[in-house]
Design a protein around this ligand. Structure first.
Ligand code: CP
Length: 369
């Protein structure tokens, strides 16, 4: 039996959907990106609009513009990552910033240095932004409080709390195929209890008017999940009915010993997404998503994961670079504006296309990269 979701999700706003070829109005006043929960619908549209512009650069033979030349971005990852760290690094490089991967394993963190001492040390070297992944929820907020407007902080995943850039790239990927997510049924499947990806997606999708559903073993669903703004199911088939998007989550194998699920085989049998389930219950053009890394044969089978007709998984990875370029540009640009009031980093008309036009003009005028 499904529990119905809260009708008036706190913070939900009517989404401004793109109308025709009109670019959406730009709205940005943040120094940090700490969560998806507090982003306004206008800010979300601004990030997506910028990302659409930057995605064009990814198709060029020379993937570089000088927008963040002279800026320094540090990837500070206290947890493992393939997608998030690499795409932040590439995003910074494509914007001509100097990007540094701070290795916790070979740093003074191993000698007991505190997070704030590490932050202070990096700031003393003149950095402009920190991309932080940490096992403890709230660490990005601590850093943002310490840095103020001096250094931008981007949350790349904090414990079980949030992974805002993942939800923005997921939304961007959905909108490439669906145009609007308003009224679309998005079903999140699996280990929602431990998932920062699920939390950020639920917040963002609600903000833009999607019909969000969640399904998984009862032991992997947090209490009061419906209060976050989604309809909760305990069986996969009814959850998948008429779905527009099915978003699998990684089953956190490291937690299997805790006894929350009896076995991987049983999880796959009851909640795994395979071709039969995907072709039987959702809408015919259903889209399949997964944030990665995948446990093939457990939460998802390879025949659907690798089928480009249904799977958005690699599109999600590509979208991640454009979204992170957009965010780095908006955040570091905004920080400069705070330091130098009157400087309009979005260009004369505020259009994201103007940003690229300015960058191109600078290149043609002989600006060295
Ligand atoms: N989706 C995601 O965060 O993947 P990584 O852990 O590889 O960064």
């Amino acid at each position: 039996m499904a529990q119905s979701k809260a009708k008036n999700t706190p913070g939900a706003k009517t989404p401004p959907e793109p109308s025709g070829s009109e670019p959406p109005p730009l709205s940005w006043a943040q120094t940090h990106l700490l969560d998806a929960h507090t982003l306004t619908a206008d800010e979300v549209e601004t990030v997506l609009a910028e990302a659409r512009t930057f995605a064009e650069i990814l198709n060029r033979p020379v993937k570089k513009v000088p927008l963040l030349r002279g800026k320094v971005i540090v990837n500070l990852f206290y947890e493992n990552s393939t997608r998030t760290r690499t795409s932040f690094e590439l995003a910074g490089k494509y914007l001509s910033a100097d990007t540094i991967n701070f290795s916790v394993d070979t740093s003074s963190v191993k000698k007991g240095e505190t997070l704030i001492d590490t932050a202070q040390t990096l700031m003393a070297m003149g950095i402009d932004a920190v991309v932080i992944r940490h096992a403890s929820p709230g660490v990005p907020y601590q850093l943002a409080q310490f840095f103020g407007h001096r250094v931008s902080v981007l949350n790349a995943g904090d414990g079980m709390h949030e992974h805002p850039t993942q939800s923005l790239l997921d939304l961007y990927s959905m909108r490439q195929r669906l145009e609007s997510v308003e009224g679309r049924k998005v079903v999140i499947v699996g280990d929602i209890l431990h998932s920062r990806v699920a939390r950020s997606n639920i917040h963002l999708l609600n903000k833009l008017g999607a019909d969000v559903h969640a399904v998984g073993p009862t032991t992997l669903l947090p209490a009061d999940l419906d209060k976050l703004g989604c309809t909760v199911h305990h069986q996969i088939e009814p959850a998948l009915q008429q779905a527009d998007v099915v978003m699998c989550l990684r089953l956190q194998l490291e937690r299997q010993q805790s006894g929350l699920i009896p076995s991987l085989g049983e999880y796959a049998r009851l909640f795994g997404i395979n071709r039969h389930r995907l072709m039987t219950y959702p809408k015919p053009n259903v889209l399949l998503m997964h944030p990665g890394p995948m446990n093939r044969g457990v939460e998802i089978t390879s025949d659907v994961a690798d089928d480009p007709a249904v799977s958005l998984i690699l599109n999600q990875v590509t979208s991640g670079v454009a979204i992170r370029m957009a965010l780095l540009h908006l955040l570091i640009g905004h920080r400069d504006m705070v330091k130098q009031p009157g400087l309009d980093v979005l260009g004369a008309s505020g259009s994201p296309n103007d940003v690229l036009a300015l960058a191109e003009a600078e290149l043609q005028a002989g600006g060295a990269l």
